[in-house]
Design a protein around this ligand. Structure first.
Ligand SMILES: [Mg+2]
Length: 411
């Protein structure tokens, strides 16, 4: 099986961003925490902290016990997303990215002469250099190459930090044998228990297991077959997922439960959704807007919503205009409590026909310009007047496996 995929995994990503941005944190044990509270747990640890046994999920009190000199830093996801974008740009300067799997992981497809181990080493070195130059010398990554995305990811995990591991035919499967079953993405403690119940205790037994046994373990012929093929280096496409909608909703804080406040938050949600649409590169054909309004009693509250078809678009001005027209029909004599909106009838950009009218093009150009500025400076530096003053309403939530919605675009 050829080396088809390259997998890039940033090392201790959140902690490294902190050390990159603040040189006084370098060479010190650092842990990133979601909020400054004694009951919280670490969401990332620097390598210096890892040396003391601190890792993701370690409670703060325990981290302090393991490593009295540890420095806690409260997470700043806006900066992590900015760094994420720089890293994407660095990788893209060397090789196209096929898939962004999380805020600190991405995979690339190797083609033609890129599939030799020598060329993989050259590409990996170029990627590491580009990341150092564009993102900073504290931003290190581990790179793996293998016949499937799964094995490339496993390879990337084999050497940290700053590793490079290739899994060629000559290395497979014995290079895997020193791993634990749970080193395979998709095998958690529950699956490990099930594997053991079926007599599979080691990775070598896992690799040798017939498809039939794996089907029994997973309780599904399809999953068993899939794992069998993955472990034998085959490239298995994951089920195609087609996105149906992009939606956002937000419960209004008491001070924004006014006509102007609810409109402002709605516009902010539209900005977020439009940016998300462009990020995933889809166009939408319908916009819905909704809101709930309070009554005298909780059971008297009412939900209102309206939808409209729009010419296929992905630009903020067109979506703001459509949502604004729908909002004209809202209930007016009640207190708004929650607002929401949905973009639907999505089609991938490659199958959408863009508008030929210049006016529409302008909206698109403005949107892309906003995205570029917001990607570099983070959050909503640039936005349309409709959301003025609402920049900090409806904050994006912390996301670990997903990149937050403000990713690259509007916060
Ligand atoms: Mg990582």
């Amino acid at each position: 099986m050829p080396l088809r995929h390259l997998f890039i995994d940033m090392n201790s990503f959140f902690a490294s961003v902190e050390q990159q941005d603040d040189p006084t944190l370098r060479y010190r044990p650092v842990a990133v925490i979601p909020t400054d509270a004694p009951t919280t747990a670490c969401i990332a640890a620097s390598y210096e902290a890892k040396a003391f046994g601190v890792k993701t999920g370690t409670p703060v009190w325990e981290a302090r016990k393991l490593c009295p000199k540890i420095v806690f830093v409260v997470a700043d996801h806006r900066r992590y997303v900015i760094m994420h974008n720089r890293i994407l740009a660095a990788v893209r300067s060397v090789i196209p990215i096929e898939s962004v799997l999380s805020i600190d992981e991405m995979s690339c497809r190797l083609m033609g002469d890129e599939r030799t181990p020598e060329k993989v080493v050259t590409i990996a070195k170029q990627i590491k250099r580009a990341i150092r130059e564009l993102a900073g010398d504290y931003m290190r990554c581990s790179i793996g190459a293998g016949p499937s995305v799964l094995l490339a990811k496993v390879a990337a995990d084999m050497k940290k930090p700053d590793g490079l591991t290739t899994l060629t035919d000559a290395d497979l499967p014995h290079a895997l044998h020193r791993l634990e079953l749970t080193d395979f993405p998709g095998v958690g403690p529950r699956m490990e228990k099930r594997l053991k119940l079926h007599g599979i205790f080691t990775v070598s037994q896992f690799c040798e297991a017939p498809a039939k046994t794996l089907a029994d373990v997973w309780g599904s012929k399809i999953h068993g077959e899939r794992w069998f093929r993955l472990l034998h280096g085959e490239e298995v496409a994951s089920a195609p997922t087609r996105r149906q909608t992009v939606s956002h909703s937000h419960v209004l804080p008491p001070e924004l439960r006014t006509d102007a406040g609810s409109y402002g938050v709605l516009m902010r949600l539209v900005h977020k959704a439009a940016a998300r649409l462009r990020k995933i590169d889809y166009w939408c054909g319908a916009v819905s807007v909704g809101a709930s309004f309070l009554g005298a009693e909780p059971r008297d509250s009412v939900w209102w919503e309206e939808s409209v078809r729009v010419p296929r678009c992905q630009d903020t001005p067109a979506l703001v205009a459509a949502a604004g027209r729908l909002w004209e029909r809202r209930i007016r004599d009640r207190t708004p409590f929650k607002v929401g909106m949905v973009l639907s009838e999505l089609v991938p950009a490659r199958s959408a026909t863009p508008s030929l009218f210049d006016e529409d093009r302008q909206g698109e150009d403005i949107s892309h310009a906003m995205d570029t500025v917001n990607a570099e400076f983070g959050a909503s530096v640039v936005y349309l007047g409709a959301m003025f003053g609402m920049r900090d309403a409806a904050p994006s939530r912390i996301a670990f496996t997903n990149i937050p919605d403000f990713d690259r675009r509007v916060s």
